[in-house]
Design a protein around this ligand. Sequence first.
Ligand code: SF4
Length: 292
Amino acid sequence: MNEIPSNCPMISSKTITARRMMDLAIEKIENTSIHKINLIWLEATGCAGNIISLLNAENPDIIYLLDQMVTLKYNNSLMAAEGAGAFQQFLDTLETEFILVVEGAVATKDDGLYTVIARYQGELVTAMEAVKMAGEKAKYVVTVGTCASYGGPSAARPNPSQSVSVPQFLNKEVIRVPGCPSHPDWAIGTIANLIAFGMPELDPQSRPIIFYGITIHDQCTRRSYFNNGIFATKLGEPECMFKLGCRGPVTRTDCPVRQWNGYVNWPIEDNTPCIGCAQERFPDGMSPFVRY
Ligand code: SF4
């Protein structure tokens, strides 16, 4: 397996810039009077994989996020409160300054009844209603994961719940942080940027350029095989997996240099073609994931 050349100016400048930005944000949070902002992290129509991915954060970790950066007011999975009391906390937060993070798409069929997140004063509260209520009042709206950002698996054919992405649903600027799931650094890094410097630089699809500025193919450790026309014919071979359906050439994330699960590995290094999980039209437009 080829290693990423540490002296490659393009790769090192991208990683150094991303790391430096995170460090600067953390430095500013620690050394100035930046106040912790309230955070609502809504789980709409999806698998909750992004909040689980967030728990894998290492640098900084989830404890740092909750201690130093935000006051988590509402999240279905992590909050201690439950029932009507939990939803009251959600309603109270709407009257404050807060960031709204949504993971999962917005199910719209039957007034959103396919995803109910609470029962309050005898009424069911749908994720659709909650996204609308909080989305209209939030200082920033961030979609974490591909379902919230583009519809993703939740809106895949035949889409029985008529799910749509948050940007399709809300008439407001939304920062997209896609991925299935999103890397914890992409989510925390975006929140850090918002707290310390305001709106990050975004690409035309409203993704932070710092994490989504180049394609996987640009940085892939198998790129020299591609350039020389040497292709794997079956899974497990070490060459370029383009002919097995790799979507690295059209997928914009920094997976090859950031890596996953404590920065130890990523799909292509583990002999799996990129399936384009962070890209618009995933999964319908990306399948079949492997071609022989
Ligand atoms: S096609 Fe896939 S495996 Fe081949 S170089 Fe590009 S990203 Fe890497």
